[in-house]
Design a binder for this molecule. Structure first.
Ligand SMILES: Cc1cc2nc3c(=O)[nH]c(=O)nc-3n(C[C@H](O)[C@H](O)[C@H](O)COP(=O)(O)OP(=O)(O)OC[C@H]3O[C@@H](n4cnc5c(N)ncnc54)[C@H](O)[C@@H]3O)c2cc1C
Length: 278
């Protein structure tokens, strides 16, 4: 079994240049196992390089055991809840370890050859010379430093009491409020997934989604509008202490103990009034 270690000089590299470089090195090494320290440079490019070289790869490996020709690796899964011990039959097998464990794991594997990579393309990296129209502008609706998280839900895109859609009114109410309050805009998944919302609400995207499969922002207060307050959404609000919601439905999720105050009201009306008062 041929075990080759990859190491690098203190250096940075670009993904575009490192991937072919590492892929060729994996193929040329003829190794069964390539062991690599998980520096930022290797971690950035090694998975793609392994794919390109037809190799198997495991990152964040914390330990190995060697019994004859069988190598078993150990790594945590499910956010450090399960410690998995496993092996692979595919070769070459790239094992990426924590840099601090690299020497110990290399010794256990019995490295037969080391390949050192020189300085990467650090000096050819793009540098930022300046920024135009950034910062104080109101273009971004995601504002991590805002005191208030304003959440828009799919209700804004639903037919209202008059049986009609009011997408333009909705967009104007939301953007006017964001402009006047400086609040950050969050969204439910249902809203950002809707094609009609993508068109009418071009100031938001999946990046605004809050919840189990979205973000978990940390604003002091949260105001939810036209959003039902289902658990997969509400978990994303767990660090927001003061929560209020506006919903037509007195039995919505927010009213089931998930908000401090629920206004059972038409959010179109309430936001219009708030915008007038601000
Ligand atoms: C695995 C999984 C992961 C998920 N992850 C997420 C996630 O990360 N984030 C997330 O948000 N969801 C997530 N969901 C989806 C989640 O379960 C809900 O489907 C979603 O949050 C519902 O969005 P909503 O409340 O905006 O829409 P709806 O459920 O359609 O609710 C719309 C609400 O608007 C109200 N409304 C309508 N008109 C008005 C008006 N004029 N005034 C006031 N209220 C009005 C209605 O009463 C209704 O309560 C996930 C689901 C699954 C299965």
């Amino acid at each position: 079994m041929k075990i080759v270690a990859f190491t690098q000089m203190e250096s940075n590299g670009t993904f575009a240049q490192d991937v072919p470089l590492f892929a060729d090195a994996i193929k040329a090494s003829g190794a069964d196992i390539v062991i690599v320290p998980g520096t930022s440079r290797f971690k950035r490019s090694m998975p793609a390089a392994a794919l390109r070289a037809g190799a198997d790869i495991d990152t964040n490996v914390t330990d190995v055991t060697v019994e004859g020709e069988t190598v078993k690796a150990q790594r945590w899964a499910y956010r450090q809840r399960i410690l998995a011990t496993f092996s692979r039959t595919g070769r070459p097998w790239v094992i990426v370890t924590d840099p601090a464990l690299f020497a110990e794991i290399s010794a256990k594997l019995g490295v037969s050859e080391t390949k050192e990579f020189g300085a990467g393309a650090g000096d050819t990296r793009t540098t930022c010379n300046g920024v135009q129209a950034a910062g104080g502008g109101g273009e971004s609706t995601i504002r991590p430093d805002a005191k208030l998280l304003f959440v828009a839900g799919a209700g804004w895109t639903k037919k209202q009491a008059d049986g009609e859609l009011h997408l333009a009114d909705a967009a104007s109410s939301i953007t006017t409020f964001l402009g006047k309050s400086g609040a950050s805009l969050g969204s439910s998944k249902s809203l950002v997934d809707m094609p009609e919302a993508a068109q009418a609400f071009n100031f938001m995207s999946h990046m605004n989604q809050v919840g189990q499969t979205g973000s978990t922002p940390r604003h002091a207060k949260g105001l939810s509008t036209c959003c039902h307050g289902e658990e997969p959404h509400v978990v994303g609000r767990r660090f927001i202490n003061e929560r209020r919601a506006i919903n037509l439905d007195a039995n919505c999720g927010w009213a089931q103990g998930k908000a401090d105050v629920v206004y059972v009201a038409d959010a179109f009306e309430v936001m219009k009034k708030i915008n007038e008062m601000m």
